[in-house]
Structures are given as C-alpha cells and as structure tokens.
Design a protein around this ligand. Sequence first.
Ligand code: CLF
Ligand code: SF4
Length: 528
Amino acid sequence: MDLTDHEVAAAAAAAGANADEIMKKMAEHKGCETDSDGGKKASCGTAAAENDLPPEIWEKVKNHPCYSEEAHHHYARMHVAVAPACNIQCNYCNRKYDCANESRPGVVSERLTPEQAAKKVLAVASTIPQMTVLGIAGPGDPLANPEKTFKTFELIAKTAPDIKLCLSTNGLTLPDHVDTIAKYNVDHVTITVNMVDPEVGAKIYPWVFYKHKRYTGLDGAKILTERQMQGLEMLTERGILSKINSVMIPGINDKHLVEVNKAVKGRGAFLHNIMPLISAAEHGTVFGLTGQRGPTAQELKKLQDSCEGEMNMMRHCRQCRADAVGLLGEDRSAEFTTEKIMEMDVNYDLATRQAYQAKVEEERTAVSGAKAQELQILAGVESEIKILAAVATKGSGRINEHFGHASEFQIYELSTGKGAHFIGHRRVDLYCQGGYGEEDALETVIRAIKDCHAVFVAKIGGCPKNTLKEAGIEPIDEFAHEFIEKSAITYFKRYLEGVKDGSIIHVEKGDAEIRPGEVAVAVVEAAE
Ligand code: CLF
Ligand code: SF4
C-alpha cells in the first residue's frame, strides 16, 4: 500500500492503534500478492485457501460466499431490502428497479422495516443453516439510509451473532459512516467504483446529491471519486475488508478500469469484482435507451485477466437482487415473503446451525482433497493449449445438475499451468421449461457457452446431446455427481492425449454471449 509516513501515523491515530500495528496489518495484507516462492505468485482473494492468508483474514472470508470463490459452492447469503433511497444517479439504473451495483435489474418484491428484516433473517437462518452472511445492498444506497441500515445491523447482531454483516455502497457518504460501520462489526464493505477520472465519471453519473446540493457533470463525478477513495482508505486503516465492484461499460470505462484497479489496490482493497453492464431498452435506463451495449464474455474475461496480475479478481458474482436469498446463483426469496415469515414458527438454534456447518466443512475438505489429486493427474503433462468447459452444478463442488434443469453453467478454464480454474458463469434459459419452446432455449444455451469445448452434466437427453455436438461442444455425463475440478482435469488430460496422437484436432473457439438477469415485473413504487 502506497502510504506516506504521515498517512500511516494518521491511520494509526484514527484507528486508536499504534503505527507498528497498522504497518503489521498492511504487511500481512501485502503478503497476499507478493512473490513468495521464487517468483511464483502467492494465492489470494477469492481463490485463496486457508494456508494462503493470514489467519484473521481467513476467519473473515472462509464462509463468505462473495469473498471466497471456494465458499460460494457451500455457503449462502441473504439481502434485506431496507434501504430505498439513493443520493446519486447512475446511467445504468432506473429507480424503479434494484440497485444495479449489487443486483440484477429486477425489483425487490417488498421493502422491509428493520424489525421485519430482523425477523426475516432469523427465519432464513433457521431454514438455511449454511446462510452465513447478511448483506444490505439496496434497493437504493444503504448509506443514504443510515438509520434503517444500522438499526437492522444492530437488531441482527443481538439476535443472530454468528451471522457476518456485509454492506454495499456507492461510497458518497462512506467517510461519514466508517466509525459506525466499525462499531457494528460490519466486516465486509463493497464500494462500487466505476472511475477515478471525473471525465469518465461525467459519462456515467449525471448528478450526485451531496451536502444538500445537487452537483452535475464533472463537479459531481469529482466529489464522488474523492469520497470513494477517502472511504476506502479509512476502511483499510480500520482493518475492514473491502471489495470493489466495477461495472464494465464498453467504450466508456472499459480501458479505464485498469487504472481503477491500480488505484483501489494501492489503497488496500481486498478484491476487485468487474461486472458486465446490464443494459436493455426495457429497463428504462439512460444506457438502455441509448443502446449502450454490455461486454461479451471474452471482452470481460480479457479485462479480468489483465487486472489479475495486479490484484485478485472476483469472478463468481451473480449481480444478485437486493432481496436475494440462498446460494449465489439460486434465489429462494419467494419462500420468505413477509406474509410467510409472519406465519412461520421461527426457531433460531445456534447449535443446529453449527452442527450443519460442520458437515459442510467435511464436504469442503473432500473437495479440497480432490483438488490436490487433480494436480497429480496432470503431473508431467505440459501444453500451451487452454480450453473452457461449462459445468451444470447445484453446488457442493460437484457435477450434480441435469442439463435441462440448469439455469446457469459455471465456466472453468483448463490448462496444464493452473489445472481447472473457475472463471465465471453464464446464465441461460431452462432447456426443459423454456418459455419460448425448448429449441429456442437450447439456442440460448449454445450462444452462452459456445466458447467452451465441453459441457459437464449429471444427465442429458439424446436430442440436446446431438445439437451440442453439432455446435462443437462435447456433452459429457460420465462424471455425474463427481467433483468438478478432478473430473474436468481427467477429461482435459484425455483431450491433450487425443491431440498428441492425432485423434482430436484442437480448434480455438470464438466468443460467447453474456446474458445477465432478466427484468422482473415492476411491483413496487420507485425508490425515493
Ligand atoms: Fe451481498 Fe454484496 Fe455482501 Fe455479497 S452480494 S452485499 S458482498 S453478501 Fe456478491 Fe451478489 Fe455479486 Fe454482490 S454475488 S452482487 S458481490
Ligand atoms: Fe441506482 Fe445504486 Fe446507482 Fe443509486 S447507486 S443510482 S440505486 S445503481
């Protein structure tokens, strides 16, 4: 972290700690990204495992599904929609809809009071024992609604102290609330940073509302970026883990996000999550109406890859709703409407939750064991070839979803250097229940994974199998219910052997389509 001695001293004073302690924390955090092994980059960020991180950081991320890619196969999060107001305008947001910072452009079904939210958290925690994180992410900006946000955290900390608290903000008022964030033990804060240059910012933010005044254009963007950077530095000083979300907007900030990556890394951000712009005319957003496109799958991957050398990237974000409940990629919010919760007999039992989570940890250890075996499978094999594979999974790190039931596919890059490396997901229509007919749904699946050489499924019918093969995507069901990485590497080794003996002709694949969340029917009034 690039702090001057003066800044370090100020950090120490602000945090009530001495400079040695602050420097120690910084050094530990740096350890995630420095060469520690003869030039071999130490693992960090979402892909990091227990031995890669300082123990106190591992404690914070190990069962947070957004901060740990590995954890997201096993642990769930929930959001409560207690924060309707916002203090800025983003050109990709229509206030009828959820905050696009953290949500797909669907609407929240209902807004909650802090008391209703606390009851909902207990109801979900007793029904889904692997739900470990409560996030507040909208539908407006949580810190533009500080009373409701912090009251909710206060109630939950009292009644469900084992649940981690998480917050996502546009950062405009973050510096004013960092002490309160620390006071309520909110250990994870996301800031959406789309620019560090006001010239770029003026194309994304028509206005910001700051200290009772509306600022437009360059003036507004300048205030926003200064406040975001100040807030990030203050979080780092206090040892609060921060993640940066950036929306990739081709032609506006796509190239600039490399600069953003450097700026946030330099200020101690733990993770960077570059997400594709969600934009369609029916959303009613400025970008939707002007026809601003989002990135393709390979454009997004290229940018994420180019930033990865600087800092570890989150690639498993689902751009979820402000009232999402469940594992990332699944949405169980309909099971927990206020009406249903009020009728539920809520029994929050910490011991039951802990017993369940102990079982989850056993499963997780088994997945890690399989990963270690994966490296042995590839021992001695070297090749420049890299291919992508799509996987149908319901979670737990296994190939356990039917092709026709998959609403998304997880994408892994296979190489002799990194083995099976998770790089993202692609949302699709359900093949078995496509609202426009099955063949239309199959076409959307093919468009979403056409940069992949293979798709791993638990089961698949003869008809889609043939269509996939015609599209150059090999359907593979022989590893049903096996671990993802180990199976993918077994396949990859066989693929490389086939290329070597001439039975397989390797061809490079093209690009694929990103298909972000669908627009839900608007059922609530616009956010204030
Ligand atoms: Fe929610 Fe965000 Fe916390 Fe996660 S989401 S407030 S850090 S608990 Fe996660 Fe959802 Fe992506 Fe956000 S997948 S949109 S990154
Ligand atoms: Fe919309 Fe969120 Fe931007 Fe506010 S910060 S305008 S709610 S996307």
